[in-house]
Design a binder for this molecule. Structure first.
Ligand SMILES: C[S@@+](CC[C@H](N)C(=O)[O-])C[C@H]1O[C@@H](n2cnc3c(N)ncnc32)[C@H](O)[C@@H]1O
Length: 410
């Protein structure tokens, strides 16, 4: 047969019979995409890997535990042959040829009538790469294209599916690598970005010059409250037809006022996409070597805001109840009030020896960790000049792991 290029095509397999012969590693790799395509999957194989077995147990694949027999491909639209038995592979391949059914062979690309491209997906785009005989190169090209689409370095503007309105994007705790893939893509597509002081500010430098970057803290708010002024800026730019990203630190809904912004947009009929982010409440302790839970040490963690002191009428936090918990207490926005918080927890039963860690500017180049106990934390934080933003972790998990006060990183 002449060495022509393969003809690429997208098969619409939903509800159509696909027969897979052999339940080993090849089937394990290929089945998830066939399941995702909605194929009516029949697996013929005397044995299967535990993962393939799990797909069969979940009802995603019908598994007949036997060897291939002539006639098995009668109803197939597409066939994948992947057994270690050359004779069975040849026989199945011959049947597919007779039936004029496209057939992939894992053992002999030359004998196959179809090749599986290296595929990847990013936000509704399927990338499929064929390079003939070099699957590693196919995979490398696929990875480069998908990665480029995801992080916006490969600019391919959406014409029909560009996300309209405002995207509330959780930017993570600060390290630019800790934003989600979706958040980064939306940022790359934005016309206007309204950013907080916390979060991955380094990413703003990478935006093209036409993108208007607005510092949320500097929006003039005259007779409005600052939040109302931010809401108005979002609404105004979205109404002007701009793709607006509201870039927030951590997750938009963890002490982020994200829902207030979503509600303000909804009231104006402006579409709003919420992109979750990695919250500092878990990631900042983690970056400093503190797990918020640990087997045998803490089976719960509670995240609270310390921006109003215990005893203040505006506080919605039940500090006496928190003092009774055995697990981990994570306090955000609590640096200024740590003295009153520690005093209240001790007064309601927490041991003064309970370990405490303050992690300032977590995940950034300036990250630092200061260790203390409930009894000493106010004094230590002052002496060490701990400043916001910092996450305060209270509980025995502070002493777990090599980064703790007794560990080599201390
Ligand atoms: C208004 S809250 C926003 C929280 C954010 N939405 C989140 O999910 O992480 C701000 C507080 O988060 C904490 N925080 C955020 N980023 C931080 C970081 N990189 N290092 C330490 N604390 C951080 C601090 O306690 C800070 O005062």
């Amino acid at each position: 047969m002449a060495d022509h290029f393969a003809y690429p095509v997208g098969l619409r397999l939903s509800g159509r019979r696909v027969v897979v012969i052999g339940g080993g590693q090849v089937a394990q790799r290929r089945l998830p995409a066939l399941i995702a395509a909605g194929a009516d999957l029949l697996l013929i194989s005397p044995s299967a890997t535990p993962s393939v077995e799990a797909m069969a147990d979940a009802g995603e694949v019908r598994w007949e535990k036997r060897r291939y027999e002539d006639g098995d491909l009668a109803d197939a639209w597409y066939v994948l042959i992947a057994t270690a038995d050359k004779e069975a592979n040849n026989a199945a391949s011959a049947e597919a040829e007779r039936n004029r059914t496209w057939c992939v062979r894992s053992d002999d690309a030359e004998a196959a009538t179809a090749w599986t491209p290296a595929t990847g997906r990013s936000e509704g785009v399927t990338v499929a790469v064929l390079t003939g005989r070099d699957p590693r190169r196919s995979a490398a090209v696929r990875d480069a294209v998908v990665e480029g689409l995801r992080d916006g370095t490969l600019t391919a503007p959406h014409h029909r599916t560009r996300t309209p309105g405002v995207a509330l994007v959780g930017g993570g705790p600060g390290d630019p690598d800790l934003i989600t893939v979706r958040g980064r893509r939306l940022l790359a597509e934005a016309d206007v970005v309204i950013a907080d002081r916390l979060g991955p500010r380094d990413l703003l430098d990478e935006l093209p010059p036409h993108v208007e970057v607005i510092d949320a803290a500097k929006i003039p708010y005259g007779r409005y409250m600052a939040q109302e002024a931010i809401n108005n800026a979002l609404i105004e730019h979205a109404k002007a037809g701009k793709a607006v990203v509201r870039l927030k630190g951590g997750d938009p809904f963890v002490f982020g006022r994200g829902m207030e912004e979503a509600e303000a947009l909804a009231a104006e009929g402006i579409p709003c996409t919420v992109v979750p982010g990695i919250s500092s409440s878990i990631s900042v302790p983690g970056a400093a070597g503190i797990p918020v839970t640990h087997r045998g040490v803490a089976h719960e963690f509670t995240v609270v805001s310390g921006h109003v002191a215990p005893g203040d009428d505006r506080s919605l936090v039940d500090w006496p109840a928190l003092a009774k918990l055995r697990g981990t207490l994570v306090v955000l926005m609590g640096v200024d009030k740590i003295g009153a918080i520690a005093e209240t927890l001790i007064a309601h039963g927490k041991s003064p020896d309970t370990p405490v860690a303050l992690v300032q500017e977590g995940t950034t180049a300036a990250q630092r960790r200061v260790d203390a106990t409930l009894a000493t934390v106010a004094e230590t934080a002052k002496a060490q000049d701990v400043r916001p933003p910092a996450v305060i972790v209270i509980g025995p998990v502070v002493n777990v792991g090599p980064g703790g006060p007794a560990g080599p990183g201390a």
